[in-house]
Design a protein. Structure first.
Length: 290
């Protein structure tokens, strides 16, 4: 724990904890909409924004937010209008985003190590302004996902029902798309664009193993995301491993523990519940009544 006396490690821990809370709070809606992999696609588009920022000598994070948000809105428009399937739109994001990002980074004067920092995360390089951006945007995302939970759940579960109920379906869909882009962008420095989708999805998948109801699942997913982020930073600091990979591996470990523990608990409960007494046959009832 002595490492956490240094300011850069304190910034790394705070940033990871904020992302560990915000990512599952948003990810539960993506899982509900069967768009669990959209974080990967938008992450590749954000990489194009990073390359453009490095090439133009502008803030890579700010440019990435703009480019990723535009990409997320485009995917939502394509999906909602039904011009192409969702998986095809994600494929276009995957391939076009990663190709554009690598090309733009290559055209800039940036070194390959800078690209790796955005691909896989680099918590120890988070500056005080970066931390302020992560905390502010993460708090906004968290507040929106919790405060608008009934409406966002309705849209994610059944768009037609939400539309009949009078909800602004298109605006809510755009909100989910843009907040996904912002979440991916602020998590680039902490987890990396190639791994952030796991932090959105894995805690939700783990919570679904034991929680019942949407609110309980969301709360459990946020708690597991917080645990994965904090423990992942600790593992990275003590074992000198990549922070983004450590956070994701801790999330996967928590999923395995929760899944196995939940299965064992259900098996124990089935053995403890006594078998119901068999119903008497009709001829037995007649004999007893006579």
């Amino acid at each position: 724990m002595e490492l956490f006396q240094y300011p850069y490690m304190q910034r790394a821990l705070i940033a990871a904890l904020v992302i560990g809370l915000a990512a599952p709070a948003l990810g539960i809606y993506l899982v509900q909409r069967r768009l669990a992999l959209i974080g990967d696609g938008i992450g590749h588009v954000a990489l194009t924004g990073v390359g453009a920022g490095l090439l133009l000598n502008r803030s890579p994070v700010l440019v990435a937010v703009i480019v990723a948000s535009l990409g997320a809105v485009a995917v939502e428009l394509v999906r909602s209008r039904g011009r192409t399937s969702g998986d095809l739109a994600l494929a276009l994001l995957f391939y076009g985003g990663i190709a554009g990002g690598v090309m733009l980074v290559g055209l800039s004067d940036s070194t390959p190590s800078n690209l790796l920092a955005y691909l896989f995360g680099s918590l120890v390089t988070i500056s005080p302004p970066d931390l302020v951006t992560i905390v502010v945007l993460g708090a906004v995302i968290l507040v929106l996902m919790v405060a608008l939970r009934p409406a966002l759940f309705a849209v994610s579960h059944d768009e037609e029902y939400a539309r009949v109920s009078g909800l602004p379906v298109r605006a809510l869909n755009m909100l989910i798309a843009i907040t996904t882009a912002v979440t991916v962008t602020i998590a680039m420095r902490a987890v990396g664009v190639l791994l952030i989708s796991a932090l959105m999805v894995v805690p939700v998948a783990a919570a679904q193993q034991v929680a019942r109801g949407f609110r309980a699942t969301m709360t459990a997913a946020m708690a597991l995301g917080l645990f994965a982020a904090g423990s992942g930073v600790w593992v990275a600091a003590t074992a000198n491993t990549a922070p983004g990979a450590s956070v994701v591996l801790m999330a996967i470990t928590s999923f395995l523990v929760v899944a196995l523990g939940g299965a064992a608990w259900r098996a124990v409960r089935r053995h403890r519940v006594p078998a119901a007494a068999p119903a008497p046959e009709p001829h037995e009832v007649v004999l007893e009544s006579s």
